[in-house]
Design a protein around this ligand. Structure first.
Ligand code: DQA
Length: 159
């Protein structure tokens, strides 16, 4: 990937919403047996190989996620977010992401569109460059790779 002008251009915020702290124990038939730490380690491993640095946070609180997204403004180049159930109704997260200027990738372990109807709406999708869903643990690698490509494509644009 192309060299970025400074360090903050390379930082990627990886956010996890409610109940994702329980990964590994929570409904393993849907979400798998890997823990959140396992997923974050994999994201960091892939990111390092691509010249990116992943900063990860999990919160069960909508307002805390909004503050983390606001805090990424001017500090992080991109955001990867698995908003958990907030995906389906948390408009404050939509608005916070809309105020972030870099690329946003929405990530889910399961495929919400293949599940209950209330999971078929995402209020995050309209402010994301794209969504990675249904690939389980592999989604972390795919999301980091997607972010690297999006940042690379931005680098290629005239400023
Ligand atoms: C999830 C899907 C959501 O519908 C659910 O509420 C979650 C996890 C996923 O990663 O598959 O908590 O975001």
């Amino acid at each position: 990937m192309s060299a970025a002008p400074n360090d903050h251009d390379l930082r990627v915020l990886l956010l996890h919403g409610p109940n994702l702290n329980l990964l590994g124990e929570r409904e393993p038939e849907i979400y798998g047996t890997a823990t959140l730490d396992d997923h974050v380690a994999e994201a960091q491993r892939v990111a390092r190989a691509l010249g990116l640095d992943v900063e990860s946070h999990q919160s069960n609180h909508e307002g805390e996620l909004v503050e983390l997204i606001q805090g990424a403004r001017g500090r992080c180049a991109a955001i990867i977010i698995n908003p958990g159930a907030f995906t389906h109704y948390a408009w404050s997260i939509h608005d916070a992401l809309a105020a972030f200027t870099g690329p946003v990738v929405e990530l889910h372990l399961s495929n919400p569109n293949a599940r209950e109807p209330w999971r078929h709406t995402s209020v995050v999708a309209p402010v994301a460059a794209g969504t990675i869903a249904g690939f389980g643990a592999a989604g972390y690698e795919l999301a980091v790779t997607a972010v690297a490509r999006l940042l690379d494509a931005m680098d290629d644009q005239p400023r």
